[in-house]
Design a binder for this molecule. Sequence first.
Ligand SMILES: [Zn+2]
Length: 89
Amino acid sequence: MNILTDKHVLTRKPHLCWGCERDFPAGTTLRLVEAVNTEGFNRAYWCSVCQSVIADWHPDDCEFITRGDVKYVDPDIWEQYRDEVEGIK
Ligand SMILES: [Zn+2]
């Protein structure tokens, strides 16, 4: 795994979050990670909720997370983080 880019970007197009598969419109700040591994080039966007879950639960293995798994492996925990990060709607 070779990380090429790891930064926060203000998106210019809609993007799916890799961790929860939610759709975010253009103009959202997301974390962009671009990397090269044995399977080739990979680009992933992460929302602030998934970033918090990863920081606490998967600090060293974020490249092994299957798309959507930050949310679907344990939806209750993910929802708790969403309440904290985004507020209860
Ligand atoms: Zn997310």
